[in-house]
Ligand binder design. Sequence first.
Ligand code: ZN
Length: 470
Amino acid sequence: MSNPKLTFYGGVGFTTGANFLVEYKDLKLLVDCGLLQGTRNADEVNSAPFKYNPSEIQFLFVTHAHMDHIGKIPKLVKDGFKGQIISTFETKELAKHLLVDAYKIMISRERGGVSRNFYEEKNIGESLSLWESVAYGEKQQINSEVSFRFLDAGHILGSAIIELNFNGKKVVFTGDLGNSPSPLLRDTEIPEDVDYLIIESVYGDRNHKDKEERREMFKKIIKETLERKGEVIIPAFSVDRTQIILYELNNMVEDGELPSVPVFLDSPLAEKVTAIYSKSDRLFNQNIQKEIASGDDIFSFPKLDIVGSARESQAIENIPNPKIIIAGSGMSEGGRVLEHEARALPHPENTILLMGYQPVGTLGRELQDGAKTVTLPASYVKGKGGKQKVPVRARIESVHGYSAHKDSEHLLEFVEKSAGVNEENQKTKLKKVFVVMGEPKSSLFLVQRIRDYLDIPAIYPEEGKEYELI
Ligand SMILES: [Zn+2]
């Protein structure tokens, strides 16, 4: 009898770079094709040839529209992939904008004749022309023996857990798993009767301590800054985090919990993503659906200004404080937020409010770690040439509880439920859990917990090694 074979071509030892190959008889399919991010050799790894022949792959399944899951799709197509790309409709819609934006950033980094471009603009259009969308919950047959189904992962809009069924053997890829309950999205759906589980582990060794009080912390920090007549700068990730921030501000302003001050959404990409969220209310949780049904536009409130051109962005500095500015990028590694930070950082009445994970090596992380001065590219510092040192006198605050990932405790709970471990702890169908998409200590910690607490075989796979799913 023929068994599926699984090989990990990324996403092992790192939270980013998801790329997994499954072979079954004459079928070859991939799950995700993402960028490696935040490591010194990322450019080199991302532009290296694939370790399989892209022209032999018939299907690429995409879990969700984060760059570490979709960023190398145009390269896959450039290198010969002619198969079908399959995701939810929302993932495709989001990917369209994110890939175009990423391409612009990629070519803007070309300096001194050194190109770091590993695909061309036309490869984005070619990718989209191969891309089909399938709704959650619909079982689709690939051939007489193989079928698939998407379950809601609750991580970002359109995010899916991919259930693949090979002649009765169920292999499940979690993609990234949402930190349910999410302010906006539905809870993560739980797959059943899984034979093999490939699970993310970004927070495999940590729990979200401040989840319960995240809303109060967010409100308190903003309120105090506004009372000091300062500006609140929120470096925001375009997908999901920005929409959650708008939703929270919408409620706080409309309920009178925060004073009504000018709020600027200064990110063209986040604006496009928010428009896609606005069209997708059927995918929100019950509470949000009720709020929308009662007539509230959950992403819009008085004094919210959607900033268009770069000129309009620059004009924000002329608007008197107090004010709130939401701008990309989320890690302060480029984008309009840098200009606002360059202006705001030297003044103690202001606050930089960090709402997401800040990897080592980013400006966001330097600020979070308490840097007294930071160096910004001169183009962001008004009227100066060369790299520019800026003193940090503003308050730097972090609210971690809005993470879009399940924490260690909830990852374990997810495995337990997928495995159907009953109270007497009788044998389950789940044969093995592969723990990926985390830093090594995070993945290894989760491996150990799955073995110890659930008595289920779990491994931290080796990159490039083939695993037979017997
Ligand atoms: Zn993700």
